[in-house]
Design a protein around this ligand. Structure first.
Ligand code: C2E
Ligand code: MG
Ligand code: MG
Ligand code: MG
Length: 290
């Protein structure tokens, strides 16, 4: 019986693997058409400033609504685009779409910065800076309104060769941020020399900030590190009022997460901005001890 169960187990995990491979192949096959027209969209999540008590920024997050498979998460299809040489057209589309969304909001008087996630393949392609410049020129968005979010693996892996592209982006006047900070393998020596102005602290820190005093101590260190290096620190993944209170007490000034606002479609942005209530920043956990 044990042997049969074992065999069964092998067979079913083999079938599961087949399904994963099938889905991957299917998505890879369908991705060019999705990029070429209609199936991609961008949603926007607010970044809130604690001292400013308002929405300071929006992060652009790409979405794929597959006609038969439904929503495919970016963590699934962005790597496929990277493997198949499609990431440059994908990123060009996101840059054009997101800057075209921001332009009328700026014209309406909203003081906002737009964050766009960058792929290492785009940086390696050597056309990132030119593509960013094209999107800015096409939309009329000023460079300082655009923040390019690079992950640790992108920035730490990028050699001196790619530092040139990053310098070009900085020279254009764009803001650079280090995304998912603390998740990967950062060299503190390299961090000090990176041309980034913003650290986006990985949401794993925020998730454990209340239950684990050592994580809270780490968050404290990251906030201090940002202060030392002259970088703004954004906490990602803020979901609860307890997390918010802990981050505030540690002096973290910039917050992003479902508690502050979920990503919304472009059409919902004016309403989302109008509806944002800074009282959310004062929310405190109702403690059973009081
Ligand atoms: P990221 O850049 O770290 O983006 C933040 C992710 O956290 C988003 O997931 C967002 O929806 C999610 N998030 C925000 N607040 C919360 C929260 O309170 N709790 C939880 N559990 N999650 C929260 P999303 O949109 O699925 O994107 C995942 C990743 O895919 C992004 O991580 C980014 O690395 C990548 N990505 C998204 N859009 C693009 C894009 O246009 N280009 C590239 N190259 N990568 C992208
Ligand atoms: Mg990001
Ligand atoms: Mg992140
Ligand atoms: Mg991420």
């Amino acid at each position: 019986a044990a042997k049969a169960a074992g065999k069964n187990c092998v067979r079913s995990s083999g079938a599961a693997l087949d399904r994963v491979v099938d889905r991957r192949a299917r998505l890879a096959r369908d991705l060019p058409a999705a990029i070429a027209g209609g199936q991609l969209s961008v949603v926007y999540q607010p970044v809130v400033g604690v001292p400013e008590r308002r929405v300071l920024g929006l992060e652009a997050l790409v979405r794929w609504d597959h006609p038969e498979l439904g929503a495919v998460p970016p963590e699934e299809f962005v790597p496929l685009a990277e493997d198949d040489g499609l990431v440059v057209p994908l990123q060009r589309w996101v840059l054009a779409e997101a800057t075209a969304t921001l332009a009328p909001l700026l014209a309406a008087g909203h003081d906002l910065q737009l964050g766009v996630n960058v792929s290492i393949r785009h940086l390696q392609s050597g056309c990132l800076a030119a593509d960013v410049a094209t999107a800015l020129a096409g939309s009329g968005v000023p460079p300082h309104r655009l923040m390019l979010e690079l992950t640790e693996s992108v920035l730490m892996g990028a050699g001196e060769r790619m530092d040139g592209d990053l310098a070009t982006l900085r020279d254009l006047g764009c803001v650079l941020s280090l995304d998912d900070f603390g998740k990967g393998h950062s060299s503190l020596a390299r961090l000090a020399r990176l041309p980034v102005q913003v650290l986006k602290m990985d949401r794993a820190f925020v998730a454990h900030i209340e239950a684990d005093p050592r994580t809270a101590a780490l968050v404290d260190s990251v906030v201090q590190l940002g202060r030392t290096l002259g970088m703004d620190v954004v906490a990602e993944g803020v979901e609860t009022t307890g997390q918010l209170a802990a981050l505030r007490s540690l002096g973290c000034r910039y917050l992003q997460g479902f508690l502050l606002g979920r990503p919304v479609a472009a059409g919902q942005l004016p309403a989302m901005l109008a509806r944002f209530d800074p009282a959310v920043l004062d929310a405190v956990e109702v403690s059973s001890h009081v």
